[in-house]
Design a protein around this ligand. Structure first.
Ligand code: HEC
Ligand code: HEC
Ligand code: HEC
Ligand code: HEC
Length: 161
């Protein structure tokens, strides 16, 4: 959906919008912590946050392992599977005024991770006993319910518009 508003925003943020699809730089998962404490805590306790630890020192240098266990090791010098591995590099969307505007945030790089994105790593060759069940695995990595609950209690910036 491209509204007139977002077109106008694109004129203002012309440089950013043209970069929207390009890889923005990562700020690191720590940078999301202050504004998304619940999401951060849940992620920190997840296997994604420690995916490098399943590899030996030698395997941590092997692309055939790091493509899934540390996919941003070479391009962003980031270990494990962080917020931005799934949500996109935060360079342009992380500033508060952008984050409060869901449409603008997406124009400048915020990604809504899909089942397809999970399957780029959770594919038949990965060491799982059972085939990947999206709904079940999504539930197992919940880091949004607490946030949404809090948002319900206090009106979100989106609802205020
Ligand atoms: C300065 C504070 C701030 C920082 C830093 C920040 N966010 Fe946000 N984020 C927000 C606010 C505020 C919202 C809007 C919440 C709402 O709609 O009620 C938001 C929304 C989101 C959403 C949901 C967007 C939607 O419309 O559904 C995601 C996903 C998200 N942020 C991810 C991240 C990630 C990943 C990082 C780190 C790279 C990050 N945020 C850094 C404040 C921040
Ligand atoms: C295609 C993506 C992919 C690649 C490539 C990959 N892994 Fe994994 N690996 C996964 C996924 C996904 C899981 C989690 C599976 C699950 O528990 O559902 C996993 C889990 C593991 C685990 C933990 C298993 C357990 O029982 O907890 C180890 C150890 C591991 N991988 C080692 C490796 C090594 C060593 C390499 C390189 C030779 C490698 N992986 C390459 C996707 C991958
Ligand atoms: C493995 C991929 C993955 C990682 C890693 C990840 N997320 Fe998410 N995140 C998702 C998915 C998928 C959803 C949407 C779930 C849904 O809508 O049911 C989501 C939802 C969210 C939401 C809620 C959006 C809304 O509309 O309410 C926020 C906020 C968020 N993530 C922030 C973060 C932060 C901060 C981190 C790191 C601390 C992080 N995520 C790490 C995949 C990921
Ligand atoms: C960049 C690759 C990658 C992506 C994308 C990814 N995962 Fe994972 N995931 C892994 C790896 C690797 C592990 C195992 C980490 C370990 O134990 O070393 C894992 C582990 C998990 C686990 C814990 C083990 C298990 O099977 O119960 C869950 C749950 C999970 N992922 C769900 C998801 C979901 C849902 C998505 C999509 C929203 C997703 N993952 C996207 C690579 C990925």
């Amino acid at each position: 959906m491209t509204s007139r508003r977002s077109t106008r925003l694109c004129l203002v943020f012309a440089a950013l919008c043209s970069m929207g699809a390009a890889a923005a730089d990562f700020l690191g998962s720590e940078s999301c912590k202050g504004c998304h404490p619940d999401a951060y805590t849940a992620w920190r306790a997840s296997k994604h946050a420690r995916s490098m630890e399943s590899l030996t020192a030698e395997q941590q240098r092997e692309a055939r392992c790091t493509t899934c266990h540390a996919p941003n090791l070479t391009d962003q010098a980031m270990a494990n599977i962080g917020c931005e591995t799934c949500h996109g590099g935060g360079q342009y969307y992380a500033p508060a005024y952008v984050m409060k505007d869901p449409e603008l945030a997406r124009l400048v790089g915020l990604v809504d991770p899909s089942e397809k994105s999970c399957r780029s790593c959770h594919e038949p060759s990965s060491p799982s006993l059972r085939p990947f069940q999206f709904a079940e695995k999504l539930k197992a990595m919940d880091h949004w319910s607490a946030e949404r609950q809090k948002r319900g209690a206090t009106p979100s910036p989106r609802a205020e518009r």
